[in-house]
Each structure stands twice: as structure tokens, then as C-alpha cells.
Design a protein around this ligand. Structure first.
Ligand code: DHE
Length: 515
């Protein structure tokens, strides 16, 4: 242990040279932080302490966390060992970018992998008697746990610790048997919903956006901000199969904004932050592309290699890093960086086909579609501005702007319900959930599940009969509503349940939810 601290101190001193006479920050880091957060701040038992990974922790709150610790985690408080000035210096230290980012390649990924179970000896049947296709994975960011919830009885079947700051949707294999979670620190975890056990974990990046599962359930694609790449993992044992660096024509690299699976296309679609391009990575090139079943690629878009997981680059006239898809995965709809409009890019022809009135960015995966007066409309809340845009997917015109009580994050519905539910995440009305009638595009009810406390993210049961709403607080809850009467039927205590994901709706690509 002492050897480790000395070694860490030396490493830190080497990586962050400091004048020891006036500044003992590096030594303080080595003594108090390195054991959990890694000698060079890349994380270990605790999260990475790099500016890119700390976006969720406002700098003004970091000193409080160092002084008092984090409830319900292993982060203890250091107020009795460090002065206020020393804590402030540590805050400045961890929010400073590393002079040089360390390698995180195939060797590091392979080395990080942990197998918790023999994938060849898993139970044949569920060890529980709940409907395996009506389970929910509830991500509780309050104390970094996930709960597996029986979607008929609304009772937890299992609860397990996750890595720090799991973000984005839980993703399932197509049979609904396994669930994958991605943490902002790059950890991908695989959990067995039959055996209710963690199977494997791997750190696929230093700073990760999200994970997607191929339609055949064989591959995962992990989109990374650090390093600038996409990592393809074998979904069975999380072994890295291929690392695809994101590089533009002039050798400039780009952070990945998100990666999605597009089942009808047999491909992953990748949104990029620093290149005005969208990438499509095929996971079934021979069967679909070669036979011309999807579309023919234009020569200049090219596949830049002939190996498995070839990349098609769709060049755009603006950066388009936040988007969602229509149900056929033929078009993607997003807000361009110029923030003046939204754009529709047709993936078949590989170019922008329309501008739409979508000035403010929606959160990723926020949009849903439904049938309205004989046409498919698409609706999304706005991250800035209290409104929901409803857009006709035939001509991309705005059918209606529904005024809400504030900017929202998520909108959700289900094929079996006439209502769409949208949260108001920001501002004085953050405790509100609006229920919109999909037939009239009018708000028919405004719910306040816990007055004064943030209510967000709705997901439906498999049959669409119940809607589950999160109360986003440390002593929060999941509130279950009857989706027809809009009355509360149950309330389960949860630690800041950020999102909940129903196996059936996700694996059937319900039009009412993100995929
Ligand atoms: Fe998210 C999904 C990006 C901030 C909670 N968020 C996603 C996805 C992306 C994304 C790329 C889709 C991944 C997927 O499901 O595969 N999120 C971003 C951002 O760029 C943004 C605005 C800034 C950032 O810090 O990265 C952002 N997101 C937040 C939050 O502040 C939220 C509210 C709290 C948190 O946990 O960080 C948040 N994001 C969520 C949730 C989903 C999500 C709950 C999954 C929604 C779903 O139903 O699929």
C-alpha cells in the first residue's frame, strides 16, 4: 500500500511537475485520491478525474464532494486531512486537462476486461417467475446502482452496483436476455436477466458516450469522446473486435457524439461532434449491401476498407451531432450546429433532403413517432424553450408547436395508448409531466407527481397499460401511473432513477420510445 502511494506520487510528480516548495497538490492527490481515481486520473475503483469526465459535476460543487464525500458511495470526506485551500487546489488540479492523453488501445481494453461468469454455463431459464420480456432496467444514478424491476408486479427482482455515472439507455440483446450499460468512464457492463448476475465488464474508452447493440445481438459499438474512436466488442464476452479511429479527410480526429443501431439497415449510425459527417458502419455488408437490399452506396462515399465493419462516410454541410430516426431508419432528423434549423438527412441517398423548423436542440433519443390523421408525425421536446414540435414526416413541415411549462428532456408513448407524455426538466416547473392526446395534439392533463421535485423520463410497460415516471432526487421514486385513467397506482423508493428501460418496448423498437 505504502509502495503504491510512493509510486503514485512519483508518477503524478512526473506527469504534473509542480513546485513542491509552494504547491503540494500533486502529493495530496497521490496520497488521498490516486488509490481510487488512478495515478494519472484515469479512474480505478472511482471515476476518472479529467475535465471531460467531470462534466456532470459542476466545478463549484467539487470542493464540497472532496470535503464531505459522497453519500452512499465509497467516496469519503477529506475535510479533516486537507485545508480549504488545499481542497480548492485539488479542484483546479482535476479540472485541468492532461498534458498528453494516455493510450487506450486494444491492449488496454483487453487488460481491463473482467469476466464474472462462465458464459457457457449460464442458466437455461430465468431464476425468477416474472415475464422476462416485461422487465425494466432502472438506472439509479443517485447511488450508482441498477434495479431490475418486474413490470407486472412492480417489484424489484435484483439491485446491483454499477460503475460511476451510467448514462444513456440500457441496451438489450434482441431476445431480451442480456442488458448492457455504459458509464461515462467507458465501462461497459453485461448483466444476465435470466440469472440476475453480472457477466462481464470492460473499459472500452476513457470517456464514452453510449453503446449500441447490433440487430443480431452479436456486436456492440461503443462511441467514445476519448480516445476519438468507435470500439466494436463481441457481445458475448466483451472482447474488442475492432477499433475504428474517427479521422477526417485532413487527418483531423473527432469525438463521437453517439452511436445507434439501425436494424433494417444492418448497420450502426454514428453521430460526430467535430466533423460535418455521419458515419454508417455496416455489420452485415455482404448480405445487405452487396445484394443491393438496402441501397447502393455512391462511389465517393466509399467504404474505406473491405474488412468487417466497413465505414461509409456521409458528408454534410454542417455538424449534426444530435439526432434521432424515423421508424424505418431511412431518415435521421437533427439540429444543426448553426442552431437556426433542423435537418433531415436521408440515409439511402446520403445527403440532406430537408430543413425543418427545429431551432433548439432536442436531447438525444428524445423524439417519438405516431400516426396522426393518416400520416406519421414525429414529436420532440426542446432543451431550450417550453415547447414540443410535432412534424409531418411526409413534407417535414411543423404540424403544431405545443406550448409546455418549460424545456423538456424526454417524450414517450406506446402503440397501445392515445397519450404521449413529456417532462419539463428545467425551471420552476421541473416537477411537471404533461400528458398530450396524440389525436388532438392538446395537453389533456398536467401531472405533478412530487410537488417541487424534478419529475422526468417516462417509460411504458410492455402492454402500454402503465406509465412509469422518475422522481429525480436522491430520495426519489418511481411513480407508476395507470396510462388510461392517469391515476397513480404505486410508488417505489429509488435513488435518483435517471432512466428506465422496458425489455419488450426496446427490443421491439416501439415507436413510442428510444431504441
Ligand atoms: Fe443524456 C441518453 C447525450 C445530458 C440522461 N444522452 C443520451 C444519449 C446521448 C446523450 C448521446 C443516447 C444514448 C443512448 O441511449 O444510447 N446527454 C447527452 C448530452 O450530450 C448531454 C446533453 C450533455 C452531457 O453531459 O453529455 C446529456 N443526459 C444528460 C443529463 O444531464 C441527464 C438528464 C442526466 C445524466 O444521467 O447525465 C441525461 N441521457 C439521459 C438518459 C438517457 C440519455 C436518461 C436515456 C434516454 C432513453 O430513454 O433512452
Amino acid at each position: 500500500m505504502r509502495f503504491f502511494v510512493v509510486l503514485a506520487a512519483l508518477t503524478v510528480a512526473f506527469v504534473f511537475p509542480a513546485n513542491a516548495a509552494v504547491d503540494n497538490t500533486a502529493a495530496n492527490y497521490a496520497e488521498h485520491c490516486a488509490e481510487c481515481h488512478g495515478a494519472v486520473r484515469l479512474g480505478g475503483m472511482g471515476p476518472a478525474l479529467l475535465p471531460e469526465n467531470l462534466r456532470r459535476l459542476h466545478k463549484s460543487k467539487a470542493a464540497g464532494v472532496i470535503a464531505a464525500g459522497r453519500p452512499a458511495t465509497q467516496m469519503q470526506g477529506f475535510a479533516e486531512y486537507l485545508s480549504e485551500a488545499e481542497i480548492e487546489a485539488l479542484v483546479a488540479f482535476i479540472y485541468k486537462p492532461l498534458p498528453k492523453l494516455p493510450e487506450w488501445g486494444e491492449a488496454e481494453i483487453q487488460k481491463s476486461r473482467i469476466l464474472h461468469a462462465d458464459t457457457g454455463a449460464l442458466p437455461q431459464k430465468p431464476v425468477h417467475d416474472a415475464d422476462p420480456l416485461n422487465l425494466f432496467t432502472v438506472v439509479e444514478t443517485g447511488d450508482h446502482h441498477a434495479t431490475i424491476l418486474d413490470g407486472d408486479r412492480f417489484e424489484p427482482l435484483a439491485r446491483f452496483p454499477t460503475h460511476f455515472a451510467v448514462h444513456g439507455g440500457a441496451k438489450y440483446t434482441p431476445d431480451g436476455r442480456f442488458v448492457f450499460l455504459a458509464s461515462r468512464d467507458g465501462w461497459i457492463s453485461k448483466f444476465d436477466l435470466y440469472g440476475l448476475k453480472l457477466i462481464a465488464e470492460v473499459r472500452a474508452g476513457i470517456n464514452t458516450r453510449n453503446v449500441a447493440v447490433s440487430a443480431d445481438g452479436k456486436w456492440l459499438a461503443v462511441g467514445n469522446m476519448l480516445p476519438h474512436n468507435i470500439v466494436i466488442l463481441d457481445a458475448e464476452d466483451l472482447w474488442p473486435k475492432k477499433i475504428i479511429p474517427v479521422v477526417g479527410d485532413k487527418q483531423q480526429t473527432s469525438r463521437v457524439s453517439a452511436v445507434y443501431t439501425a436494424p433494417p439497415r444492418q448497420s450502426f449510425i454514428v453521430a460526430l461532434k467535430d466533423l460535418p459527417e455521419i458515419w454508417e458502419i455496416s455489420y452485415d455488408p455482404e448480405a445487405k449491401v452487396a445484394k443491393g437490399l438496402i441501397h447502393s452506396y455512391r462511389e465517393e462515399e466509399g467504404y474505406f476498407d473491405k474488412s468487417p465493419f466497413p465505414v461509409r462516410r456521409i458528408r454534410l454541410d454542417d455538424y449534426l451531432d444530435d439526432f434521432f430516426f424515423d421508424q424505418q431508419y431511412a431518415n435521421l432528423i437533427g439540429a444543426a450546429r448553426n442552431a437556426r434549423n433542423g435537418q433531415v438527412v436521408n440515409l439511402n441517398v446520403g445527403r440532406k433532403i430537408a430543413d425543418i423548423a427545429l431551432a433548439a436542440m432536442p436531447h438525444l433519443g428524445s423524439g417519438i413517432t405516431w400516426e396522426y390523421q393518416g400520416r406519421t408525425v414525429l414529436a420532440t421536446p426542446h432543451l431550450k424553450g417550453g415547447r414540443v414540435s410535432v412534424i409531418d414526416t411526409r413534407d417535414w413541415r411543423t404540424v403544431r408547436e405545443i406550448k409546455t411549462l418549460g424545456p423538456g428532456f424526454f417524450m414517450r408513448s406506446h402503440e397501445q395508448t392515445p397519450y404521449a407524455w413529456v417532462d419539463v426538466f428545467f425551471g420552476p416547473n421541473k416537477d411537471v409531466i404533461h400528458v398530450i392526446d396524440k389525436r388532438t395534439l392538446e395537453i389533456v392533463k398536467t401531472l405533478r407527481p412530487a410537488p417541487g421535485r424534478t419529475a422526468a423520463h417516462v417509460e411504458f410497460t410492455r402492454d402500454g397499460r402503465f406509465a412509469l415516471v422518475s422522481i429525480w432526487e436522491m430520495d426519489g421514486a418511481l411513480v407508476v401511473y395507470d396510462a388510461a385513467t392517469l391515476e397513480e397506482v404505486k410508488r417505489l423508493p429509488m435513488k435518483k432513477p435517471s432512466g428506465k428501460y422496458n425489455v419488450w418496448n426496446k427490443t421491439r423498437y416501439s415507436a413510442g420510445t428510444s431504441h
